[in-house]
Design a binder for this molecule. Structure first.
Ligand code: MCA
Ligand code: AMP
Length: 466
């Protein structure tokens, strides 16, 4: 089980195997740069990488994986509070892409693509962690999900089978490199299958249209923007497969994309903790509003609030639970959080509500918690944003919700009870200084009080209706 099979086998290399940030690199050159990183990170407890969309980031990540050191991607726009949490919690000893002063115990590791090294150490054991990926929960700071090399390899192979993904493909996307979607699928997937990868910097319709790829990845916001840009959409007609995931793809977007490109998109479903577990297939039915069938090796079930199985009748809703080789190994330093998401018989509780058809097709119909928001495909915990707002001296109380949004799926909206003079713009800027850009509220509504039930719990559904 070699995680980076095609990268290391030297077959069929091309001078532009990787295009990113205005550079073109062969797999040999990428491997050489990654080898130089690997030679310097070996033995570190964890290796953090500020995940700008650059070749240096890719070389750093691959270098960490070659050396068997857990890689911790850090969002480049993470504010100081979020960044400090990730660096401290992960125990990272080295940081690639560092700027400014580093906390004690953390050293900068500069990545120079010109530095080439043939790293020939044996493949680390499959149970070793490949990544610690930070993901938001309903409350508190993000949790580090430990993903093993085995889980990553199993998922990429299952997706290659579901999508007919081969060395002949050129994958195109412009997604961030600090999540499963853009990094694990979008970079390691291409390196494992041996195809080419074009990263467009940002996932714009024009960038996708110009890239002339065969396989495209996007979150629904990206596909909705492509579908609204007819020339860009028509330019994708020559592709083989368009894949959507990270949030629900609205049926009208599916239909418009299919009409303009000639390709009904593949929709697939997953989570940071489970990787991608359900997908429609390249050689099967692609049904609007449905994420299809479990991928190879994965099993799913629906469970009701009473803990009883829910029938696969195309109507009954239940919590989706999954099991299989793609599951994570737990949250770093958070056995309490880990226990909450696992059932007594070893299944993972996704917190997503789904319907299962008699034909096995899955439909995701919502989330069990209103406190997990998906905006532009980013998962945002309401509690983390509320805590950031409450740190402001002129905030007495705050509640954050995900309001329906045509472009982003959901938009972060904050209801704030002020305690002194403060404006919405000031509060947005205050959150942006602490957390990642996408977590800051799009809208701040100043209110006299928050609606609460008899137990004192904020009635978020009422805030959304109002
Ligand atoms: C953003 N901006 C804001 C705010 N938020 N300005 C004011 N107030 C705010 N609250 C700024 C941005 O910095 C940007 O500025 C400009 O507004 C436009 O922002 P936006 O509309 O958000 O567009 P965007 O920046 O182009 O972002 C849309 C996006 C992005 C490209 C779709 O959301 C994105 O990259 N999403 C991908 C998320 C993803 O990869 N998720 C995968 C998670 P300026 O232009 O100056 O910079 S992994 C996962 O979910 C599982 C495993 C799975 O299934 O895949
Ligand atoms: P993350 O923690 O960022 O990995 O986000 C995982 C969550 O994204 C899941 O729990 C779902 O709520 C959502 N998600 C991912 N893919 C889909 C999809 N195709 N349809 C609906 N929701 C999705």
């Amino acid at each position: 089980m070699n995680l980076l099979t095609a990268l290391q086998d030297g077959q069929g290399d091309a001078a532009d195997a990787l295009r990113i940030d205005g550079l073109a690199l062969s797999r040999e050159r990428l491997l050489g740069a990654a080898g130089a990183v690997a030679a310097r990170v070996g033995g570190a407890r964890a290796f953090a990488v500020v995940a700008t969309p650059t070749a240096q980031t890719v070389a750093a990540v691959v270098g960490g994986l070659l050396a068997g050191v857990p890689v911790v991607p850090v969002p480049p726009d993470a504010g100081p509070v979020e960044r400090a949490h990730i660096l401290r919690d992960s125990g990272a000893e080295l940081l690639a892409g560092a700027d400014g002063e580093l906390p004690p115990g953390l050293a900068a590791l500069p990545v120079d693509l010109a530095e080439q090294h043939d790293f020939a150490d044996a493949e680390p054991a499959p149970e070793r962690p490949a990544f610690v990926l930070y993901t938001s929960g309903t409350t508190g700071p993000p949790k580090g999900a430990l993903l093993s090399r085995r889980a990553v390899a199993a998922d990429l192979d299952a997706l290659a089978a579901a999508w007919g993904w081969t060395a002949e493909d050129t994958l195109v996307h412009g997604l961030p490199l600090f999540h499963v979607h853009g990094l694990v699928l979008g970079v390691l997937g291409a390196l494992r299958t041996g195809g080419k990868l074009v990263h467009t910097g940002r996932p714009t319709p024009a960038g996708y249209a110009a890239a002339a790829g065969s396989l495209y990845f996007g979150v629904p916001t990206v596909w909705s923007r492509v579908a609204a840009d007819e020339p860009a959409a028509r330019a994708l007609a020559g592709a083989r497969l368009l894949v959507s995931g990270s949030a629900p793809l609205p049926v009208p977007v599916f239909e418009r994309l299919a009409a303009l490109t000639g390709h009904p998109p593949i929709e697939r479903y997953g989570m940071t903790e489970t990787l991608i577990t359900v997908s429609t297939r390249f050689d099967g039915e692609r049904r609007p509003g449905s994420v299809g069938l479990p991928v190879a090796g994965v099993a799913t079930r629906l469970v009701g609030e009473d803990g009883e199985p829910v029938p696969a009748d195309g109507e009954s809703v239940g919590e989706l639970q999954v099991s299989g080789p793609t599951l994570f190994d737990g949250y770093l330093n958070r056995p309490d959080a880990d226990a909450e998401v696992r059932t007594a018989d070893g299944w993972f509780r996704t917190g997503d509500v789904a319907v299962l058809g008699p034909d096995g097709f899955h439909r995701i119909v919502g989330r069990a918690s209103v406190d997990l928001i998906k905006s532009g495909g980013f998962k945002i915990g309401a509690g983390e944003v509320e805590a950031a707002l409450r740190d402001h001296p002129a905030v007495a109380d705050a509640a954050v919700v995900g309001a329906p949004d045509a472009d982003l799926g959901q938009a972060v909206v904050a209801f704030v009870v002020p305690d002194g003079a403060v404006t919405g713009d000031q509060l947005t800027a205050f959150v942006a200084e602490r957390l990642s850009v996408h977590k800051r509220p799009r809208r701040v509504v100043l209110v006299d009080e928050l609606p609460r039930n008899a137990m004192g719990k904020v009635l978020k559904k009422r805030l959304l209706e109002g």
